[in-house]
Design a protein around this ligand. Structure first.
Ligand code: 1PW
Length: 215
């Protein structure tokens, strides 16, 4: 039987998976990256059904990456570094316009990578917030500074609408399920540097390979 606790989201778990993402040579393990995202999706689903259209796309992207990992070329997908090298060397990526490879690991991960920046900015705001801070405003600001630039206006509109339905700060802290607001702050303090390091390593890799704008 599945224990209830297994279904419950905890921010601590997400922290732990992002902790195990980086190898000692600063390679990012795709399996753990995907596991971190699974946790984030569970978190989003706790925030209400309005957020489910947002998590749906993340779920699709996660599945595409899992399929690569479990596929016959899975060995090339162990780290993000090996994935990028393999797909580029084998010309499995659409570089300038959408075409034969709509599900390349590179373009799929890039979408999650951009969304991770949003999350980072949002959690940063949450960490420096006070009791009367508005989560919708924090979420919108973080979005406008990051992911919005990559979205069409229809998606920006839909996302904006979803943000207004976000629960308040107190509910957010409850959903994170780590304890008192002080404990949430402490876990956020531990989590943020990890997420931001994984983000930066990925960003540098994509920049070096000139694939930050994949269609
Ligand atoms: C409070 C927690 C915040 C975590 C946010 C992370 C989830 C971000 C997902 C936003 C998705 C909005 C709807 C989907 C849009 C897609 O078109 C877009 N996908 C993403 C992840 O930005 C681009 O993907 P596409 O259309 O080029 O395949």
């Amino acid at each position: 039987a599945v224990a209830l606790e297994d279904l419950k989201f905890t921010l601590q778990e997400v922290l732990d998976t992002f902790k195990s993402c980086l190898s000692e040579h600063k390679e990012v393990f795709l399996e753990h990256y995907v596991a971190g995202w699974r946790g984030l999706v569970r978190f989003m689903n706790c925030l209400g059904s309005v957020f489910s259209f947002i998590s749906k796309d993340a779920v699709n992207k996660i599945q595409i990456l899992v399929n690569h990992l479990n596929g016959e070329n899975g060995a090339h997908y162990v780290t993000i570094q090996s994935m990028v090298k393999y797909e580029l060397d084998s010309q499995l990526v659409d570089l300038t316009k959408r075409g034969s490879f709509p599900e390349s690991g590179c373009r799929t991960l890039l979408r999650l990578h951009r969304a991770l920046r949003w999350l980072e900015l949002f959690l940063e705001r949450l960490q420096t917030s006070t009791e009367d801070s508005n989560t919708s405003v924090m979420c919108t600001e973080a979005y406008n500074e990051s992911l919005a630039q990559h979205h069409t206006w229809i998606i920006r509109k839909a996302a904006g609408t979803a943000f207004w339905a976000l629960p308040g700060r107190a509910t957010f802290f409850d959903v994170m399920n780590v304890g008192s607001p002080e404990q949430v702050m402490a876990v956020l303090g531990d989590t943020l540097p990890l997420i931001s390091e994984v983000y930066q390593v990925t960003e540098d890799l994509y920049a070096q390979n000139n694939i930050l704008e994949l269609p």
